[in-house]
Design a protein around this ligand. Structure first.
Ligand code: FAD
Length: 264
């Protein structure tokens, strides 16, 4: 019910405001429908928080929140966690200094021309792409987490997150089909970056022209030639140069490309 004004933004950039709004939504809305976490769900949530803490290119108060959450989760002897305990931590009920996550939604690069369009799912894609890129750029970040030395690790954690938690069940089903089909063939962290890019384009193709499409943001095979001329071989539009695509993704989804503009 917030009155939102259109914000002009730069589509060559990522916006921290999208990533933080997405995290706020993930913790306080998406997760809220799971009253207790246990078994495979709890394991998935722990792994997700571990890779987020290690790889999310965020601001200090958010990274500190992820760190606190991660330390709490791994030290906990319980095999069952109530959602409310996670929420208390996310809201920093204990008032640990230096922890903060916004509780507002301010979409920038993910704003839609109507409130029901884009937003969270857009931010989630961006978050997932950022994680695959961060892991490829800084693989050492995962040392001693139990998640190192596996080129598929980010994709597997993302896959499980989607399976267990993503509110769009139809999306989860589609994603699981793609994962089953080909995720196992990923052999390097760079291939993981490209795998997610390819699958996202398959989703874009499937959804082009659908009701869920925002006419201001038509579904395209991304990145467009405008955004990355070299990604496209000269002849056909969708004739990709994958080495250039990889280089582009590593520039686009990296910490240095995140704009802090429009943050509270
Ligand atoms: P999005 O597709 O959300 O993309 C967000 C941003 O990512 C784009 O603006 C662009 O900057 C960038 N981007 C676009 N393509 C790529 C790419 N190939 N690689 C890297 N970056 C890219 N909706 C359905 O209706 N049915 C589904 O089955 C479905 N499955 C989904 C599965 C997953 C895992 C997720 C996260 C979402 C799914 N959605 C599905 C939602 C849908 O994909 C879009 O998120 C939604 O329609 C909003 O689209 P958007 O225009 O914001 O762009």
């Amino acid at each position: 019910n917030e009155v939102t004004m259109w914000k002009d933004y730069d589509n060559t950039k990522l916006y921290m405001s999208d990533l933080e709004s997405g995290l706020h939504y993930l913790f306080r809305v998406e997760l809220a429908s799971h009253k207790t976490l246990e078994g495979a769900k709890l394991k998935t949530f722990k792994d997700f928080i571990t890779i987020m803490f290690k790889l999310f290119p965020g601001r200090q108060p958010v990274v500190k929140l992820l760190e606190t959450l991660q330390e709490w989760l791994v030290s906990l002897p319980l095999d069952k966690i109530p959602y409310d305990a996670i929420l208390d931590l996310v809201n920093n009920k204990m008032r640990i200094s230096g922890i903060f996550l916004t509780n507002r939604i301010h979409w920038v690069g993910c704003q839609g021309s109507r409130p029901e369009l884009r937003g969270y799912t857009c931010a989630l894609w961006k978050l997932f792409h950022s994680l695959t890129v961060q892991a490829a750029i800084r693989p050492e970040a995962l040392i001693k987490t139990g998640l190192e030395d596996n080129p598929q690790v980010i994709l597997q954690v993302v896959r499980k997150y989607i399976q267990h938690f993503f509110g769009c069940r139809e999306c989860a089903q589609h994603f699981e089909e793609m994962a089953k089909d080909s995720m196992n063939s990923v052999e390097t962290l760079d291939q993981a970056v490209l795998w997610l890019w390819k699958k996202h384009n398959i989703v874009n193709k499937r959804l082009a022209g659908a009701n869920s499409e925002d006419s201001k943001f038509p579904k395209i095979q991304w990145p467009s030639p405008d955004l990355c001329p070299r990604c496209h071989e000269e002849k056909g539009l969708h004739n990709w140069n994958e080495a250039e695509v990889l280089a582009f993704l590593k520039r686009y989804y990296t910490g240095e490309n995140i704009s802090q503009h429009f943050l509270d």
